[in-house]
Design a protein around this ligand. Sequence first.
Ligand code: ZN
Ligand code: FE
Length: 242
Amino acid sequence: MTLSIHLFPCLNDNYGLLVRDEASGRVATIDTPDADGILSALEQQGWGRLDLILNTHWHADHTGGNADLKARTGCEIVGPAEVGRVAPLDRIVGDGDVVMLGQTPLQVTATPGHTLGHVVYRSVADGEAFVGDTLFALGCGRLFEGTPQQMWASLQSLAAWPDATRVWCAHEYTAANARFALSQDDRPEMQAHAGAIFAARAQGEATVPTTIGVEKAFNPFLRAVDARDFATRRAAKDSFRG
Ligand code: ZN
Ligand code: FE
């Protein structure tokens, strides 16, 4: 199984993500930040079809293009039940489910915290994971609906994946996250990692994907020792002005 992945900026700071199963030619979009942007990216790639929308959670910057893309391509829409409150949804998935993109199985993991129904998708064989607003490079999603305990448990399930797993986040927040990380962690290797992030952003380069191994080494939320420590760090980030 081989996946090709195309990442492109959408809206202010979202990433669009197109995923193609090379064996079958089937194409999925992870979330739908911008229907027009997604359709033109499909055309640019020469992929010529959209078979599947995989929603991670209900927020408008992740579901806003569902109706339009469904009308224009006839694709199937898969996501957690909460999406159905705001956008069309054909198939509800939850923890432990598997969604096939052509010949590639994608495992669904529930990651409540940012929203209560948030899910992430991962191809175990390819080592590629699509994590929405649960985990960011050097950060994590704000707790709009869930408790710190829920988000901590969600992040722990991602941290259990192999270190080489590539993590495709839904936003480019990494420079701001790096400023917060530096306020928590003064190791020279943290400073070097943040410096590389700032340099990449100064060149307009994406800092996504990251990997589980890199995030375990540097992400202040994965470096928390327990749920209480996580809650303290999340609260500090919410009021951080760096
Ligand atoms: Zn969100
Ligand atoms: Fe978002």
